[in-house]
Ligand binder design. Structure first.
Ligand SMILES: *Cc1c(COP(=O)(O)O)cnc(C)c1O
Length: 406
């Protein structure tokens, strides 16, 4: 029996009570960022009110407390994603920062002609850092094509793999289409040619159970703000021996062992990748978000969300001139669509007037928009705190907006 009670859980998210243009907020833009529970918000306050000090430095009481809380956050997050050691958790600014770290650092070890494989549904954050690397080092970027239904062309993927492939960097769940990519297959194939694998989990950590050791990926990145934590903090998971074998990304305080003007030696991972004072409050609050998730019946929460996604799709599909972008059999509760010739921005604006937050545009996936020959989409992306009543209201508002714009 499900022990997930959505109306109870909604009370933990104060913003959900907000009124927008006089209407109750219906927040369907969780793909852009998630809302925060009181537990996370008050953890930030508690840190600054009672515990604030710099980490890894002072001998004094507060610094020791802050260091402990910061390192406990690492341990808690390691355990949430099934890492074998807290040392495999590097705190970053977010997904973008994590990918750039690896693109720079691993990139230093790559040679002219080495290949990096990404997919046609990547976020710009998993495209541009590789293009910068290719310009810098003469590596080659290859792209797995996306099929009409919004899944990856797995035959083309197998053909693209070779002993030149040094890294597969692929999104777990598409932020635009909701497609869940077959990571097990992708990782197994990539490993068979000796490639490393990085997973962009920015849209999966908050929707699916993740265990990095079962997956067998080498790196995995996500952003705190999309998994009910604060902005400005994220996680780069990396296998420990691999992290230790990579050169540092940025230099500065905290990442060094010994510094002289002649030669500097570095800390081991993860500190080697955390130059400068880190986002201490962010890391602690992100850990609190995972404590919060652990306090829920997560399996039921995820099931609730998937049921909502199916309900949304079922209720939208018969609306006149409705076109879904992406109809993969395996998706999260994220849905991109267009209606006839109506511009996504116009639809988004009218929905906003009715209190509904959706995202419109290219969703930082311009190449994917080119693939479907469209300028953008309207995207509804759900979280476990959304309800069936909100979807019913959304459908009414959507019909009204379509009517006004047709
Ligand atoms: C949001 C997102 C990113 C970028 O995350 P930031 O928090 O902006 O660094 C990368 N990939 C995917 C799939 C995303 O949804």
């Amino acid at each position: 029996m499900s022990t997930f009670h959505v109306n109870q859980v909604r009370k933990d998210f104060p913003i959900l009570d907000t009124k927008i243009h006089g209407k109750p907020l219906i927040y369907f833009d969780n793909g852009a960022t998630s809302q925060k529970p009181t537990q996370v918000i008050s953890r930030i306050n508690r840190y600054y009110e009672n515990e604030n000090a710099n980490v890894h430095r002072g001998v004094h009481y507060l610094s020791d407390q802050a260091t402990q809380a910061y390192e406990e956050a690492r341990t808690n997050i390691a355990s949430f994603i099934g890492a074998s050691s807290p040392k495999e958790i590097v705190f970053t600014k977010g997904t973008t920062d994590g990918i750039n770290t690896i693109a720079y650092s691993l990139g230093e070890l790559l040679q002219v002609g080495d290949e990096i494989l990404i997919s046609g549904m990547e976020h710009h954050a998993n495209i541009v850092p590789w293009q910068l690397l290719c310009e810098r080092k003469g590596t080659i970027l290859k792209v797995i094509p996306v099929l009409e239904d919004g899944t990856l062309d797995l035959e083309a993927f197998s053909r693209l793999l070779s002993n030149k492939t040094k890294l597969l960097s692929v999104v777990h769940v598409s932020n635009t289409l909701g497609t869940i990519n077959p990571l097990d297959f992708l990782i197994k194939q990539a490993k068979s040619v000796g490639a490393l694998v990085m997973v962009d989990a920015a849209q999966s950590i908050q929707h699916l159970p993740i265990d990095v050791q079962t997956l067998g990926c080498d790196f995995l990145v996500f952003s705190g703000h999309k998994v009910f934590g604060p902005t400005g903090i994220g996680v780069l998971y990396g296998k420990l021996d691999l992290l230790n074998s990579l050169p540092p990304y940025q230099g500065g305080g905290d990442m060094i062992d010994q510094v002289t003007f002649e030669k500097t030696t570095y800390q081991e991972a993860p500190l080697k990748f955390e130059a400068g004072t880190p986002n201490i409050a962010g890391a602690i609050a992100l850990s609190e978000a995972f404590h919060y998730l652990n306090s829920l019946d997560l399996q039921s929460a995820f099931a609730h969300e998937l049921t909502l996604g199916q309900y949304l799709r079922a209720n939208m599909k018969d609306l006149p001139s409705m076109r879904f972008i992406g109809e993969a059999p395996d998706t999260c509760a994220t849905l991109s669509f267009l209606v006839g010739k109506i511009h996504p921005l116009d639809l988004g604006t009218l929905l906003d007037k009715q209190g509904i937050a959706v995202r419109t545009g290219h969703h930082c996936t311009q190449p994917l928009m080119h693939r479907f020959n469209i300028p953008g989409t309207v995207r509804a992306s759900l979280a476990f705190y959304n309800t069936q009543e909100e979807i019913d209201q959304f459908i009414i508002a959507l019909e009204r907006s379509i009517h006004l714009l047709s």
